[in-house]
Design a protein. Structure first.
Length: 315
């Protein structure tokens, strides 16, 4: 045994690479909602970027160590405590047998990744991936290697800051969707939307002035994470990593690849707008993010230790 779940948190889920090869079976892509944060967290503890980690959402779990383990929490700046004492995020730390780790809430963002040294958490492979289908429950056991980890830290808890690729705040860049001509695209771009409480890994529901559309229906067709569907009431839904594989709502736009991780960090009550990108810009920005992530992971993996000023531990 390694870590026992005392309290599971809002939605704590073991994540690994998704299941793109199973979409024809109706199985969603899955995997981490913020892939860059997952990869960087794993690199900090010495794992390959795709090791199984625990994704925590809005408020995290309380875990008790039954063996000595080395851990790191990276992503949104969650409150983190070991036996009641605050710890910084974006920094590695040991958790000794008998100690308790409490992951509280976060003032910004929505998700972070608890990564375990020695190869990540153990999980069975189902349909080509070790990502779980259901969140943790109390008394569950997370198995990982008995391990220590060198002291490593980063100056920021957000993958967006670490990659040093600034993006406009509270703006998601989009391309026109398959049914963009059903709508006045400027009506989508002209307003600000509020993230609704009924949002999840399946989709981010937005609240705004309803978008009028032309009359008619479409036959259900293939959809993917980032698609912005418009309901019969005129409200928008951004499909997430656990979104369905086909859908019958028309799609007004699609979030570009470079901004998909930012979708995973949207929290209820947050305001967001859309900005139209060109196909060339979308391709260029996607390559920039992928290249920056590869370089960052290699830099962390290639260092014997890292020690940058880490974010202060929340009080």
């Amino acid at each position: 045994m390694s870590l026992r779940v005392i309290r599971p948190g809002t939605h704590s889920l073991l994540v690994a690479a998704g299941r793109p090869g199973s979409r024809h079976r109706g199985v969603s892509l899955g995997g981490p909602a913020d892939r860059a944060a997952w990869a960087i967290g794993n690199a900090l503890v010495g794992n390959t970027p795709d090791a199984v980690a625990l994704e925590v959402t809005l408020s995290g779990p309380t875990l008790r160590a039954e063996v000595d383990v080395g851990l790191c929490l990276f992503g949104a700046p969650f409150q983190l405590r070991r036996d009641g004492d605050p710890l910084p995020v974006a920094a590695t730390f040991p958790l000794r047998a008998g100690q308790e780790l409490t992951i509280g809430g976060t003032p910004t963002g929505a998700r972070a990744y608890l990564c375990a040294a020695g190869g990540g958490f153990e999980a069975p492979e189902v349909l080509g991936s070790r990502a779980a289908f259901a969140p943790l429950e109390a008394a569950a056991v997370l198995r990982c290697a008995v391990a220590s980890v060198p002291a490593r830290s980063l100056a920021a808890a957000s993958a967006f800051e670490v990659l040093e690729l600034p993006a406009p705040e509270r703006i998601l860049r989009v391309l026109p969707g398959a049914q963009a001509d059903w709508f006045d695209l400027q009506a989508l771009l002209a307003q600000e939307y509020r993230v609704a409480p009924a949002s999840s890994r399946m989709g981010i529901r937005l609240q705004g002035v309803p978008l009028p559309k032309r009359s008619g229906e479409i036959v259900s067709e293939v959809v993917a994470p980032g698609a912005i569907q418009v309901t019969n009431e005129g409200q928008c839904i951004i499909l997430g990593v656990d979104g369905q594989t086909i859908g019958g709502y028309p799609k007004v736009a699609h979030v570009i690849r470079a901004d998909l991780d930012r979708v995973g960090q949207l929290r209820p009550g947050e305001m967001v707008r859309f900005e139209l990108a060109s196909p060339d810009d979308a391709e260029r920005l996607g390559r920039q993010v992928a290249d920056a992530l590869r370089k960052t992971v290699r830099r962390i993996q290639g260092a014997e230790w890292l020690s940058f000023p880490s974010p202060a531990a929340p009080g």
